[in-house]
Design a protein around this ligand. Structure first.
Ligand SMILES: Nc1ncnc2c1ncn2[C@@H]1O[C@H](COP(=O)(O)OP(=O)(O)OP(=O)(O)O)[C@@H](O)[C@H]1O
Length: 436
């Protein structure tokens, strides 16, 4: 047994001597022994060689790197450059996500694949500048990219804990996937990227340059808008809604708070929290939305389709001009209590606008304006060229700045209190049953 090993470990003396030579250096370094006797030198060579072989076995890419490095000219650095911020490469980022060896924790798995865990674009790629608003599960910030602080984005940061406790996992996943898959449209906010950390979900959203805020804030600051402004805002929103319907999406949450304006007053539809993929002509029956904007078809629980978005647009336009809801439902807190009686045509407005309201807010679908084709042909929008509109050739801000001619007295306190109330219905959180 005594002869089994011929290669000796370094003797204590050798280590001691070497230690004296390298006085002042850290101990670990001192143990890299070379100047001991030959046998011992042999021992360390073999030891290192076998360690290298082991490494090669478990990391074959090291070999590859070494062999390619030989042929690379000096200036080509095999290290990848710092990720450049390109917002349009979302698909690539997701594709490149490599499978992990380790087990993925459930609180990450739950939000995959809509919110990747290892995205090239992540929270470290941005500087958060200020808060834009609050949503049900977190905060929305205005942010600029680290490498390009001229370009602004909105970053929605949602707390996973909140989402899970409110049983809204499928809701946020659907919102992300619908918005991400939509092609670009001038009046619909794009989602450039989504990702997750252990505690939060992030969505990188289009931010309207020089935004003057959401339509509710603008309306509160400036009061009723002129018909000319309402015509442009209404036409842009109609174009956005029609685009969603043509892409088999029902939006279900048209309201002042979900429309943000850029510096020129052009609209951008945000918040796809209640949107659903639904083929044209197919019905759904989930009762959801904001109560004061909810059409009789949704609140009754009967099957309905995309046309309910036109009703909500009618309510929005009515508020913009008159400052009141078209039906006296401002105090209602449950959909079963909504009453669609006592509607009166707005007074003091043009005949065209009054007729548009009568058509969009008719209780019976037989009389209601239920499609973009009809809206487009309506006399109120006769002066609008929709091709020019989608090229942003109109200038809504100059109209928004103009005082409204509409002079019907309005009860500010009543409206403000009620518009602030978020009236989502309970069915909103029924995603787990997939009834949505
Ligand atoms: N893309 C954006 N550009 C500018 N502001 C935005 C943008 N997205 C959101 N905001 C602001 O943040 C607020 C909250 O955003 P959003 O409604 O999307 O959040 P949410 O979590 O979906 O809220 P909700 O509870 O209404 O579903 C908005 O009212 C708006 O003021």
């Amino acid at each position: 047994m005594g002869n089994v090993s011929t290669r000796k470990r370094p003797t204590q003396e050798a280590i001691k001597d070497f230690g004296e030579e390298c006085e002042g250096q850290p101990k670990r370094k001192r143990m890299r022994i070379e100047n001991i006797d030959e046998d011992e030198n042999e021992y360390s060579k073999v030891h290192i060689k076998s360690r290298l072989q082991q490494l090669k076995k478990c990391r074959p890419h090291l070999n590859l790197l070494r062999s390619t490095k030989k042929h690379l000219p000096q200036e080509l650095n095999p290290r990848p450059p710092l990720p450049r911020f390109i917002v349009d490469d979302y698909e690539d980022v997701v594709e490149k996500e490599t499978p992990r060896d380790s087990v993925i924790p459930w609180f990450e798995l739950l939000f995959l694949p809509e919110f990747p865990t290892r995205s090239v674009i992540n929270e470290r790629s941005f500087i958060l500048e200020r808060q834009l608003g609050r949503g049900s599960f977190g905060v929305v910030y205005c942010a600029s990219a680290i490498h390009d602080n001229e370009r602004k984005f909105a970053i929605k940061m949602q707390e996973k804990r909140e989402i899970i406790s409110k049983r809204a996992v499928l809701q946020v996943k659907r919102e992300a996937s619908i918005q991400r898959l939509l092609p670009a449209h001038p009046f619909v906010a794009r989602t450039y990227s989504t990702w997750q950390t252990r505690t939060h979900l992030y969505s990188l959203l289009q931010y309207p340059p020089g935004s003057i805020g959401d339509l509710f804030t603008v309306w509160r600051q400036r009061g009723s808008l002129s018909e000319a402004a309402i015509r442009l805002i209404g036409a842009e929103l109609a174009s956005a809604i029609d685009f969603l319907h043509r892409n088999d999406v029902i939006y279900r949450d048209v309201k002042l708070e979900n429309v943000v304006l850029d510096q020129s007053g052009h609209v951008l539809l945000i918040d796809f929290g209640l949107a659903k993929k639904l083929k044209n002509g197919v019905n759904t029956s989930t009762i959801c939305g904001t109560l004061q904007y909810m059409s009789p078809d949704v609140s009754s629980g009967h099957p309905y389709s995309h046309y309910v978005d036109w009703w909500s647009l009618g309510v929005l336009l009515h508020i913009l001009l008159t400052g009141i809801y078209p039906y006296p439902n401002s105090e209602i807190t449950h959909h079963s209590k909504l009453r669609f009686i006592d509607y009166s045509t707005p007074l003091g407005c043009s005949r065209e606008f009054a007729n548009l309201m009568d058509r969009m807010l008719a209780v019976s679908t037989a009389h209601r304006l239920c499609s973009f084709t009809v809206l487009h042909a309506h006399s109120f929008f006769r002066s609008i060229n929709f091709a020019k509109l989608e090229n942003r050739e109109y200038d809504p801000i100059s109209e928004i700045g103009n005082a409204a001619e509409y002079d019907m007295c309005r009860n500010d306190t009543e409206l403000d209190d009620n518009l602030f109330r978020e009236n989502y219905d309970f069915d909103r959180f029924d995603y787990f049953n997939d009834r949505f």
